[in-house]
Design a protein around this ligand. Structure first.
Ligand code: FES
Length: 204
């Protein structure tokens, strides 16, 4: 699993978002100096992995991003946002009904979607990508999700949650709205119908 995780590309944090991250850090330090907060409060205020980005975040040229994900058959991870970006197929009618309204479509032919892979919808563990099975596999209790983050097995009550996104018409950038999280699709809403494509990375 470690090798698979290393093969997943990380998208670097834009400079402006690094400043936002530093502001969070300074806020935590000032709070500690003033006192009055217990350790539990500080722990709540300090950003967890995946909390550094907020609001609408332009990430990368949408066409290039889609081409890379399709050619490598690997999602692009954005650790600072706690997300994995995957492609989806707008010509799939069920997918279009499920995802067409809230997720980016590039040139009418390929969709992009930002999955919340930082939090399994069972009990919140991070869910890494497994290159061999082409599924997301949770190491905590064995929940599994297909390439579009739809439920395929384990105790999870639904598919992975996701964020709304769009392609900026002016810049062509893929923009994720981290303020607009969308509850994952129901267990039965399996638009992709993707069987496991190789060995699992996590034993069920
Ligand atoms: S937290 Fe993922 S299966 Fe339990």
């Amino acid at each position: 699993m470690a090798d698979d995780a290393k093969s997943t590309r990380r998208l670097d944090l834009p400079r402006v978002e690094r400043r936002a991250f530093l502001r969070y850090g300074m806020f935590g330090a000032v709070s500690a100096g003033l006192g009055g907060f217990g350790l539990a409060s500080l722990g709540f205020l300090y950003p967890r992995p995946g909390d550094e980005l907020t609001g609408q975040v332009p990430l990368e040229d949408a066409e290039q991003l889609a081409a890379e994900i399709q050619s490598t058959r690997t999602p692009v991870r954005v650790p600072a946002g706690g997300i994995s970006i995957v492609t989806w197929d707008p010509s799939n009618e069920t997918a279009m009904n499920l995802y067409g309204e809230d997720h980016a479509i590039v040139n009418g032919s390929v969709g992009l979607m930002a999955l919340n892979s930082q939090q399994c919808v069972h009990l919140g563990c991070a869910v890494p990508w497994c290159q061999t099975s082409q599924w997301f596999e949770c190491p905590c209790h064995g929940s599994r999700y297909n390439r579009w983050g739809e439920y395929t097995g384990g105790p999870a009550p639904r598919g992975l949650d996701r964020y709304s996104s769009f392609v900026d018409e002016g810049t062509g950038m893929f923009v994720v709205d981290l303020g607009d999280m969308i509850t994952g699709p129901a267990r039965t809403a399996n638009a992709l119908e993707q069987p496991q494509e190789g060995p699992n990375c996590v034993d069920a």
